[in-house]
Design a protein around this ligand. Structure first.
Ligand code: ADP
Length: 753
């Protein structure tokens, strides 16, 4: 050491300052442990670097040796940044940086003191010096620009602010380091000071999770600076003019001082109002116009007190907030406490807000914090404050999809009623404490309105439910009335239906007896009369067996004998007894796709009976020249479901009013006058006893199938037709409930409960 001046001791002073910083950072460490560890390593490297600088000449260290400590420091700072900014592939970056430093060391060893052919300025740079510089330059540029890019792409203002602050800290540190490469003492001193300021800023960022709002502070600082300068200008100008005039006019010094003092005195009085005007103008330009909080609150409370709808309330609250704070993204969340946690319902807000509801556990950190703290919670805190480190993955995921910046609790008593969620400001400037206070005030004012609106919407919902129940009751009542009518009609129908053939039997028997008494009975006549009697008894028999079948439905269901039966054969046999009627009435009978259906496992006779009933009805309710079409197709089913076939009996007849679609499957129900009778006739609109469909339904359901009708209504002129749909499992599943339906039919209106 030659001369012991301040510059010589500079590295020692810097080393002790870094040591101080090391101690403080260690004591105040509260953030991410890994990040703190890297940063402490960086500080240690800085201290080592300073010591090496100090002892460089004494110890006769190889040239550029201290630089290696600086490079090590840069690598550690890069890793601190990687953890701070949360880069992927951190290990890889470390290895790349490490390799670059090794390269610089290799250059030191293998290219000692080879001077570059071109001198830069007055210095004579060496090869290995240039390599070290390049490695430093690349490492620092990479770390800085990557941080800067992350800052530019971060959408949350507080997150961006944190990155901006870090980037500025890095920049100052690196600029300070850069000064060291110019080996001039003045620059080295400046470089040390600048670097220390940068490192100080980085230490602040590492040890405190919330960083002051850089942009706003800068704006306000600039504003204050400009205001002070502009406010002082007139006074300075006036003094200058006085001096000038004094000089030109050759005033005595005494009078110049006097006039100057006078100007200062006048300026003193004028300064205050002028300063205010300047302040207002500059603030408006820099910070934006302030809002009249009282006016806003007055309008807001007036608007919210009138609203009885939660959705509208959400829009008013968010409308006010967006007007005040210039955000275009936000909504109201309804919180409902349940036994096991909280239900969060997202109301329509402003901007694109996902409407997915969420459920949070009773011990949800997020909701509990909002309930207890009763103040706005920033997404930034949720991400960086250690208190929220244990948020569950579901909570984090939901928060991420919401993409909000602040959550403001609306609390009534001890309960959380809702949350106002607000997205980032359009300007990208973070929310300031006074703005957050204002939003909390708005939230507090909204409590009563929210409670009212919730009560009201609950009332409305109940009202709607009561209305629905009322409508159901009216429907049921109507149905009961009809069923009651059916019951009384039953006697009429049954007696009618039974009496007609019986009267015939009795009449012909009487004729037979009378003719026999008078001995005028020829063989031919006897055969004819007996034939009539036979037909009547057959009809009677059919009717009674239908009644028996129908009564069996109620008792213990049907005894079925299952066998492989082809749908085509069933339909053919069912149509057999109706062949004459079809021909007589000139009805077109079509069968479509029946032979492509695999055989059913079913009770053949019962199936034929059911289809005879359906076809008989189709003939009865279709005018002459109409068409009856029976079609079948396999129903696509999902994995694991039993295979089903759907058979449709469609006619071009008079159709059925939808209000009777269920009733026609009730025993003894028939549409129209119960006095009508034609006892099983196939004439157009020939009435029957009302047993055909109930029996068909009983049979189909005993096969675990379903039957329903589709028709747009009854109209004898336009003939809309009816379609009877039969859904049957190819093989009735054992032990499954008979209500079983393929997935595809779950929402079918015919099965609506
Ligand atoms: P019925 O013995 O009277 O035919 P059903 O139980 O077979 O008794 O039918 C009940 C009622 O359903 C019938 O009275 C008729 O009003 C109506 N109906 C049944 N099938 C049809 C159809 N294809 N077209 C129009 N109405 C029908």
């Amino acid at each position: 050491m030659t001369s012991a001046n301040i510059f010589t001791f500079l590295p020692l002073i810097a080393a002790s300052l870094y040591t101080l910083l090391l101690v403080v950072s260690f004591v105040r460490r509260s953030q991410d442990e890994q990040q703190t560890r890297w940063f402490l390593l960086f500080l240690i490297a800085s201290i080592v670097w300073e010591f090496l600088l100090f002892f460089e000449t004494d110890l006769a260290l190889p040239p550029n040796f201290p630089l290696k400590a600086l490079l090590g420091g840069t690598l550690f700072l890069g890793m601190t940044t990687a953890v701070y900014v949360d880069w992927p592939k951190q290990k890889q970056w470390f290895l790349v940086g490490f390799a670059a430093i090794l390269l610089a060391i290799t250059a030191d060893i293998f290219l000692p003191n080879q001077v570059l052919p071109i001198p830069i300025a007055n210095a004579t740079p060496t090869y290995h010096g240039v390599v070290s510089f390049l490695v430093w330059f690349l490492l620092t540029s990479f770390v800085f620009f990557k941080t800067w890019r992350d800052y530019r792409t971060t959408q949350f203002p507080w997150h961006a602010n944190r990155l901006l602050f870090w980037a500025i800290g890095l920049f100052i540190t690196f600029i300070g380091e850069a000064f060291h490469f110019f080996l001039w003492t003045g620059l080295t001193l400046t470089g040390q000071i600048i670097r220390f300021i940068g490192v100080l800023a980085l230490a602040y960022a590492v040890t405190s999770y919330r960083i002051f709002d850089v942009r706003t502070r800068f704006q306000r600082g600039t504003a204050v600076f400009i205001i002070t300068i502009i406010s002082a200008l007139p006074m300075l100008g006036a003094i200058w003019i006085v001096e000038q005039i004094g000089a030109v006019q050759n005033w005595e010094t005494g009078s110049i001082i006097l006039v100057t003092l006078l100007v200062i005195a006048i300026g003193f009085f004028l300064y205050q109002p002028f300063h205010k005007v300047v302040q207002r103008i500059i603030n408006r330009y820099f910070i934006g116009e302030g809002f009249d909080t009282n006016q806003v609150l007055r309008n807001y409370s007036q608007a919210t007190s009138r609203i009885l709808d939660v959705n509208q309330l959400s829009l008013v609250i968010l409308g006010t907030i967006s007007e005040l704070l210039e955000t275009n993204h936000g909504t109201l969340l309804l919180i409902t406490k349940e036994e096991e946690g909280w239900n969060v319902e997202v109301l329509p807000g402003i901007g694109q807000v996902p409407r997915e509801a969420a459920f949070f556990n009773a011990n949800s950190l997020f909701i509990n914090a909002l309930t207890q703290q009763h103040q706005p919670l920033l997404q930034y805190d949720l991400d960086f404050n250690r208190h929220y480190a244990n948020l569950t993955d579901e909570e984090r995921h939901w928060l991420k999809t919401m993409a909000m910046d602040v959550y403001v609790p609306i609390t009534g008593g001890d309960d959380l009623e809702g949350l106002i969620a607000i997205g980032p400001k359009q300007s990208g400037i973070p929310y300031q404490p006074d703005e957050l206070n204002l939003v909390q005030t708005l939230a507090d004012q909204a409590v009563i309105a929210l409670q009212n609106a919730r009560l009201y919407s609950e009332l409305e919902m109940q009202n709607e439910q009561i209305n629905r129940l009322n409508i159901d009751l009216v429907d049921q009542n109507e149905r009961l009335e009809i069923m009651d009518q059916v019951k009384s009609d039953f006697i009429t129908i049954a007696s009618h239906e039974l009496r007609t053939p019986l009267t015939q039997v009795k009449g012909y028997a009487d004729i037979l007896a009378a003719m026999n008494d008078e001995n005028i009975l020829s063989q031919e006549q006897t055969r004819e009369i007996v034939g009539h009697i036979n037909r009547a008894t057959t009809q009677l028999e059919g009717l009674i067996s239908a009644m028996l079948d129908a009564s069996q439905l109620d008792v213990d269901g049907m005894q079925l004998t299952f066998m492989e039966s082809s749908v085509d054969t069933i339909v053919r046999l069912a149509a057999d007894p109706l062949r004459n009627a079809i021909a007589e009435r000139r009805i077109k009978f079509e069968r479509v796709g029946l032979d492509g259906i695999p055989p059913l496992h079913a009770d053949f006779k019962r199936m034929v009976q059911s289809f005879t009933n359906l076809l008989g009805n189709a003939i009865k309710y279709t005018p002459d020249h109409g068409t009856i079409r029976v079609s079948a197709r396999m129903v696509p089913v999902q994995m694991g479901e039993p295979e089903h076939v759907e058979i449709v009996v469609a006619d071009t007849g008079i159709g059925i009013d939808p209000k009777y679609h269920e009733l026609i499957f009730e025993k003894f129900f028939r549409i129209g006058d119960p006095q009508l009778h034609s006892t099983g006739s196939t004439k157009f609109k020939g009435a029957g006893p009302g047993l055909g469909l109930p029996i068909a339904k009983g049979v189909i359901e005993a096969h675990h199938g379903r039957i329903w009708v589709e028709s747009i209504g009854e109209d004898e002129k336009r003939l809309p037709g009816s379609e009877f749909h039969i859904l049957l499992p190819l093989r009735p599943p054992e032990g499954r409930p008979s209500q079983y339906l393929p997935e595809k039919y779950k929402d079918h209106p015919a099965f609506a409960i």
